[in-house]
Design a protein around this ligand. Sequence first.
Ligand SMILES: Cc1cc2nc3c(=O)[nH]c(=O)nc-3n(C[C@H](O)[C@H](O)[C@H](O)COP(=O)(O)OP(=O)(O)OC[C@H]3O[C@@H](n4cnc5c(N)ncnc54)[C@H](O)[C@@H]3O)c2cc1C
Length: 408
Amino acid sequence: MAIDFTFPEHIETLRSRVAEFMNDVVRPLEAQADAENWERARWIEAIISGRAAAKQADLWLPHMPTEWGGLGLGHLEMAAVSAEAGKTRMGPFMLNAQAPDEGNMHTLLHWGTPDQHARYLQPLCDGYARSCFAMTEPEVAGSDPTLIRTAAYQDGEEWVINGHKWFTSGASGAKFAILIARTEDNPDLPQAANSAFIIDLPSEGWNNLRDIQTMSGGHNHCEIVIEDLRVHDRQMLGGRGQGHLLGQARLGPARLAHCMRWVGQAEVALDMMVSRSLERYSHGSFLAEKQGVQWMIADSTVELYQAKLMVLHAAYKIDAKMDFTSEVSMAKHFVANMLNRVIDRSIQVHGALGYSTDTPLAGMATQARWARFADGADEVHQMRIAQRTIAAFTDTGSTKRATGGLPL
Ligand SMILES: Cc1cc2nc3c(=O)[nH]c(=O)nc-3n(C[C@H](O)[C@H](O)[C@H](O)COP(=O)(O)OP(=O)(O)OC[C@H]3O[C@@H](n4cnc5c(N)ncnc54)[C@H](O)[C@@H]3O)c2cc1C
């Protein structure tokens, strides 16, 4: 039998070391930050010390190959690390495995030239730089990148870029951006209109208008106006018209990386739900003894189990160099919704306490809400999943191929 649902011992050991690091280093910092309401400058100090501790603990840059200073983990192994780190707010950041840098590192590794590797990838891996990814625009549906209006035209050895981006996460303080802009007027395929550019920051013509305030406050998701920004031709990342390919290649594993962290978040919410139900007493028994509460616990447990299996299977397919598009899409859609449901049930079991900001649940709920539309909205994933299922049936007379290609 080839199916084995255990991790090898070295990954179990690694997972325990990550959990220990979160307990010993990250959670105390987060608790202190909350108690003292830290400003940005104090956070930066804490991140510098936390990152030094992560290097010391040999947990730095888990997702990158060893020649780049990383631990060289595959996606399955990363599931163990990210699910543990994702149980905290700052854990992934301390390991230098946070969005959007994690996805940008993979993108640069696969598409960058040696010069781009030296100038952009190396500082990112070393933790001396942060980056951002600028694709979404306020005027057109982010779900459909063929609508992108930010445009670049060639002027000698330079490209001149004009446009408007928003929700560019991490833009303030980033050393560079990977920007997607329209370069082709009449591409063979509508998807082949865009190209990617690396923009040094700050740059003349790149105007950071504001940190957009969201339902969970400001988190450095910026609105950017780009006016006559000039970049040299060597700043193009990948080839002309390959922006869509690059976006897709970046987004697949990046979506799954989010799912790994969301599994960790959901486990925190379920742990809290059970813990509260064991100590809160009402109408003659503890909440844990009420059937209505047990249903919430049971539904959350079953859904988290499904989510873990989907994440592990999608990660396995990426590592095995198999086509993972459908599995990542299904996992992203399911895990994002599971996360919202489990957090919501946990809030329900906590009552007024869950609605207060005395527990992490309120913050987790507002963060989880974006999971259902960022990196592919539910409905777009559902559309693609349905298209693949219909195609499988049309091609083979069975939908089997579309349900994970599993031997069942
Ligand atoms: C916290 C956060 C961080 C982000 N970080 C980044 C970042 O770093 N860089 C970046 O470029 N972008 C970023 N984004 C933007 C994100 O990628 C977009 O929100 C996402 O792609 C959806 O685009 P949109 O918001 O324009 O929604 P739209 O495309 O306008 O879609 C709105 C809704 O319409 C529906 N819909 C759309 N298309 C279809 C369809 N074909 N069929 C059925 N229904 C449909 C869905 O319900 C969808 O939720 C971030 C967003 C958030 C909230």
